[in-house]
Design a protein around this ligand. Sequence first.
Ligand code: ADP
Ligand code: MG
Length: 201
Amino acid sequence: MAHPKEERTLVFVKPDGVQRSLIGEILQRYERVGLKLVGVKMLVPSAPQVEKHYLLDPGWKRAAGEKAIKGYEEKGLEPPSREPEEIGGRVLENLKNYLTAGPIVLMVWQGAHAAELVRKITGGTEPLRSDVGTIRGDYVLDSFQMADQDKRAVRNLIHASGSAGEAEKEITHWFSADELVKYRLVGEHILYDVNIDGILE
Ligand code: ADP
Ligand code: MG
């Protein structure tokens, strides 16, 4: 079994994050927890690239629809439809407009529990309800309700893979093997080595 420190996850700063000048702040949050940046690039994604990215997970449309319905119900509001696949399909169309609007910054982060750790630091999908202290909770204020009313995707600064399995597919979708760098960070000694030695003189 691969060591947990080998786990990798994909993050991208969405066009709103780039426009808000938050690239450095976002990168720093993942860097300071101890994760290692092993790939990074900026590009303007095409609509087919965005669609393929989300549909790498065959259950995504339904899950996104169910999350939206739950969000409405928890606020005592009536969802625009009761059909998760239909809501998920609408979300995907809006996402294509949102993510192709300008450059995004893609990053691959490696380290123990990388996928779960990055999701925790990133925060929940809807910024209105994301925890304080998470990136989405601290730097933006959008809601499902406002996005729906204005017929657009929720602006939440970041994409982060949902699991290590999803991450591997997403990394292959956006990066070629030679764009990922294999190297050692000196700090990994303190994070992972069984014996912390060679420090005292
Ligand atoms: P996450 O990015 O937290 O993994 P999802 O994979 O469910 O969330 O959805 C992908 C992206 O689609 C979200 O980050 C958000 O930008 C947008 N989105 C999701 N659900 C909705 C919704 N109900 N209304 C508007 N936009 C949404
Ligand atoms: Mg997702």
